[in-house]
Ligand binder design. Structure first.
Ligand SMILES: [Zn+2]
Length: 142
């Protein structure tokens, strides 16, 4: 275990505090049109209103939109791994690492239900960098 941990960036997520045990992603929602986005932004990309976005917590639950097995990764990533896009039940489609299944092209089914966890995503010297990943609701070890 590393001596220290830090999030990949501030203000992206917070730990679970609800009964379902899932962490939250910190996005924003438009007070004019209702559009929700992640990460948070100030101006709405849908209705193009300025300064119309307010913070919202997005539940760590969604369905698999698309994915790919990455056979090489940036420095500090252990390849191969799966990366993909998850359509959150709360609206936006977001990039995520995907785990909890074999790292294989046929390991996942588009549209299947996924849940989020906070996980170590890479090492930077003695510091473990914490980010989020999504996994199948029923994990399939690989
Ligand atoms: Zn809007």
């Amino acid at each position: 275990m590393s001596a220290a941990q830090r999030p990949v960036a501030e203000g992206l997520f917070e730990p679970a505090d609800s009964a379902d045990g899932l962490p939250w992603l910190l996005g924003s929602g438009c007070v004019k049109c209702g559009e929700k986005v992640f990460p948070a932004m100030l101006d709405c990309p849908a209705c193009v209103s300025r300064d119309s976005m307010r913070p919202v917590r997005l539940a760590g639950r969604g369905t698999l939109d698309r994915f790919v097995v990455a056979r090489r990764g940036p420095s500090g990533f252990r390849a191969p791994y799966i990366q993909g896009f998850v359509r959150l039940d709360d609206g936006p489609t977001i990039y995520s690492l995907i785990d909890g299944c074999p790292v294989a092209d046929d390991a996942l089914t588009l549209g299947e239900a996924l849940e989020m966890a906070l996980v170590p995503v890479r090492e930077e010297g003695d510091v473990t960098v914490i980010g989020w990943s999504f996994h199948p609701v029923v994990r399939r070890d690989g």
